[in-house]
Design a protein around this ligand. Structure first.
Ligand code: ATP
Ligand code: MG
Length: 394
């Protein structure tokens, strides 16, 4: 008797023309995420089937729970579609389950099976009652709903249905370039972006010696947490020190953050073109800080035509924190190492910046040359969930 995980695609099924592409992308992702396990994976138009080794079930389910594009799944018993075999399998199935009331539902896709679904459900109900004490049938609100699906060759028996993460499989959309700081918001933004099927590269702006190696390691750890939801993430590290120092030396103090962020966006666009990202994604949230008022966002966004995806733009901090805890990035994010934005934060950052003032200040130093220099020295680390070391330099 084998056990098998049955996977339902959910939102995928709404994609009529693209359905096969979506299913294949999910299939490839599951293959990659389970490559170190003893599994046999197959698929049809409505479901995916994963046969597994019983010893590995917990770890496999943990992986399944981190893959986008899975709506629901069940862990089922797989047997031959033969009445005697099914009867015995149902007896075995309920043997160590504890419940007081139950119902059996039979779905017979194989019409050559000799008994109708209704009659067989009744018959199986009788068999269960005979083989287990102190239980009764409740067709309206059973504690255990046992489903028996009879297909032409095999039959599946299961009771619990679990929710997967939903969303679309990563890889059904092209790539976004995620601005990943060590804060709480940007990992959540990365998670939500991937949930829509988008591939990610992450970009971290570092200002050593003003920021520490611990701050960088934090971002590496956050990237690894995000990589659990995909196969790998390239983390590009930008040496931002020279540009930041030039901003603080040359520009109006109140505008330093606004201008710094305009520089970040300019670099993001260049990196996106280099690494084939179609959009920028970040953790900006409307009104959270001076640089995230709508006026600030529009003045900052003015440097690029590239779409900027801001998945947490309309969430409260507490809602963002809830997701951060769920995806296990929160504890890393609250480690106290300073990031380049916090190191240089001015006393009175401008809340309603004016574009002309930005342009005026930016003329005071040759930022184009500095950006060219920065782009010559990008350090890229490929991060995969299973790697403990970050030695995987491109
Ligand atoms: P987070 O928003 O991730 O909690 P934060 O609050 O320190 O971190 P903000 O100042 O709110 O960052 O910046 C808004 C967004 O800009 C971040 O969510 C992130 O996407 C991006 N960002 C800020 N600093 C950096 C950085 N050093 N490297 C890459 N992206 C950054
Ligand atoms: Mg923030």
């Amino acid at each position: 008797m084998n056990r098998v995980i049955l996977i339902k695609y959910g939102e995928l099924t709404t994609k009529k023309g693209n359905r096969n592409f979506f299913i294949n992308t999910l299939y490839q992702m599951i293959l990659k995420k389970l490559k170190n396990y003893d599994v046999k994976i197959s698929k049809d138009i409505s479901r995916m089937y994963i046969e597994f080794n019983d010893n590995e079930i917990d770890s496999i389910l943990d992986r399944i729970n981190h893959i986008f594009g899975i709506h629901t799944y069940q862990v089922a018993v797989k047997i031959d579609s033969n009445e005697d075999v099914i009867n015995q399998a149902v007896i075995d199935y309920v043997y160590d389950k504890s419940f007081k009331t139950f119902k059996i539902e039979v779905k017979r896709s194989d019409k050559t099976f000799p008994i109708s679904s209704m009659d067989y459900a009744k018959k199986l109900g009788g068999i269960v009652l005979k083989n287990k004490d102190n239980i009764k049938v409740d067709v309206h609100n059973p504690e255990m709903l046992l489903k028996v699906e009879i297909l032409d060759r095999y039959t599946y028996i299961y009771s619990d249905t679990f929710y997967g993460l939903g969303g679309y499989p990563v890889g059904t959309q092209p790539k976004a370039m995620l601005m990943l700081s060590g804060g709480i918001d940007s990992p959540v933004a990365g998670y939500l972006t991937m949930k829509r099927g988008v591939k990610l590269d992450a970009v971290y702006f570092e200002a050593i010696p003003h920021t520490s190696i611990e701050a960088r390691n934090k971002v590496i750890d956050l990237t690894r947490k995000l990589s659990v939801y995909t196969d790998k993430i390239n983390l590009h590290i930008v040496n931002f020190t020279q540009i930041q120092e030039a901003i603080y030396k040359n520009c109006n103090g109140d505008y330093t953050i606004t201008i710094m962020r305009r520089m970040m966006y300019r670099i993001m666009e260049r990196l996106a073109k280099r690494y084939k990202g179609l959009v920028i994604a970040n953790g900006e949230s409307i009104g959270q800080v001076a640089s995230q008022t709508l006026t600030s966002m529009s003045v900052i966004n003015e440097v690029t035509n590239m779409p900027v995806i801001r998945p947490v733009a309309c969430l409260d901090k507490l809602e963002i924190i809830d997701i951060a805890k769920k995806i296990d990035t929160y504890d890393i994010s609250i480690l106290p190492f300073e990031d380049c934005c916090t190191v240089f934060v001015p006393k009175h950052p401008v809340i309603n910046p004016c574009l002309n003032e930005c342009l005026f200040n930016e003329e005071k130093f040759d930022y184009n040359k500095m950006i060219d220099d920065v782009l010559k020295n990008i350090e890229t680390i490929v991060i995969k969930e299973d790697d403990n070391e970050f030695s995987n330099f491109l």
